[in-house]
Design a protein around this ligand. Sequence first.
Ligand code: HEM
Length: 565
Amino acid sequence: MAERTLPISSRWFQAAILTYLVGFCVLGLLAYLAYAQKPPIPGRVTGANRETLFTRADVMAGMNVFQRYGLMEYGTVYGHGAYLGPDFTAEYLHKTAEYLISRYQESPYASSSAVERVQAELHENTYDPVIDIVIWSDARAQAHHMMESYYRAVFASGVSRGGAQAAWITDSEQVRQLTSFFAWTAWTATANRPRRTESYTNNWPPEPLAGNFVTADAVTWSVVSIIGLLGGTGLVLFFFGRYDWLGWSDERRLVQFRPVEQVSLAPAQRAVVWFLVVASLLFLIQTLCGGLVAHYRAEPSNFFGFNISRILPYNIARTWHVQLAIFWVSASYLAAGIFMVPLIAGREPRGQARLALALLAALTAVVFGSMAGEYAGVRGWLGTQRWFWLGHQGWEYLDLGRLWQILLILGLSFWVLILARGLKRSLHGQHYGNMPWLLFYAALAIPAFYAVGLFTGPNTSFVINDFWRFWVVHLWVEDFLELFTTVVVAYMFVLLGVVRQTTAIRVIYLDIILYSIGGVIPLCWLCARALRYRNPSRSEAEAEIPARLFTEGWKRESIADFRQY
Ligand code: HEM
């Protein structure tokens, strides 16, 4: 039986556990605060004459319309989503501000300028929690009706608008609900939090007409994070250069390759080739969708003389582009795990190949089933009930219907079982911080952190849904997928004889600590901003694009276009 000792100092193991514990305690606290401090969805929003403009039920139904037609893969709210369509929060806000200014300019005896009056009005929080009502002025109520007419014209248009499908949402009631949802996001973007001078979203998106300016806090912390990023990278490079024992520069090993004919493969390793065939096919379809998505940016209404948006509108092509990236990467991870296990264990239990092929068949069914569901959902063929389970769930990166999502989680868990079955003897008697266990934990984290997406729901506030979406995107994609890669690559190097096991384990622990500090802790920061809801500093790439969007997104539609409705 192997000895239960760790070949390196156990302080590495303790430090890794500690960083995770601290990171997840903070994340847990933020989850609590997200629920406790989310912006309210008022029971009713009325005009000054108490005419109901929309209700909480309308906002939630509107969010569901936004989800089921895959609008987050066409445009954005709060800057989150795809970049061809407008940011609906910013668009609603901008057009409302323009309309109000033009109305107030008609009253020359007002004590303040029209712009100041609009800014003050939009920032005043008229929500009364006792009666659960927000009251707007008559002018703002009229602006809302204008916006309803505007979105009716946009979504019911029989002519394809630059990559969007023609006659996309023809049901007038659904567009009314959708506009209520956009109106609520715009309200949270400007109404000041109680006893604060900034809005629920920390004045995001910036909109000078509405008096939304980036706060000093946002600028300060953005600069601090960039300095932290550059300084942290410098420190890591310094320590790697200074201390040889952190990396593998002290290794002086000769790799000896065996001739191919002397290498024999276990049956499950042979089955892996089919995973790679499927992953390659998915990659091909993904990049073709990427090409189409890019083409839509250059020539929105025409694809070499053919209007392809009638068959494959932008939002479906982009959904597939993003989802297939996740699918082929996952398929390659599954393949890598299954291939590695017999190398580590030195043997393979009977039936592993059959289990691996069953897993591949199930994965393929989920991939193509979910893609077909997304297509049918966005086309409106799944009605108002089945869309959530079978169609497009509506969240970028978590687009697949709930049934497919659950099946994918089950498939990934089944993969962990296949790995555990193969690793059983290697795990037995090993220290819980040693390499076989690290591989097992890294594999287990993949289904576990994808499953967090199940906390989103059709009856849950957008803020909470986006909070959990952030968990999946940032913890899965920016932490645990990298962790699995690190462990697999480290294992390969040890098995090839390129590095010693102690070096490999130390590098894995160093990566775990760095990913925790660089992945989990910054996610706390992102989630904290999701709470405030939300300042523009995000990651560098994410920050630039919404900023561009908010400054340019509405240029296409001037107030003159708006007035015609
Ligand atoms: C021929 C290759 C590719 C082309 C032409 C392409 C094109 C594009 C375009 C134009 C967008 C922006 C969509 C928008 O306007 O919102 C995009 C987004 C994206 N692509 Fe690709 N892509 C390619 C390959 C890939 C690959 C290989 C991956 C990942 C493995 C990938 C992952 C993504 C992701 C995650 C987004 C969303 C980014 C975001 O939301 O900020 N793409 N792609």
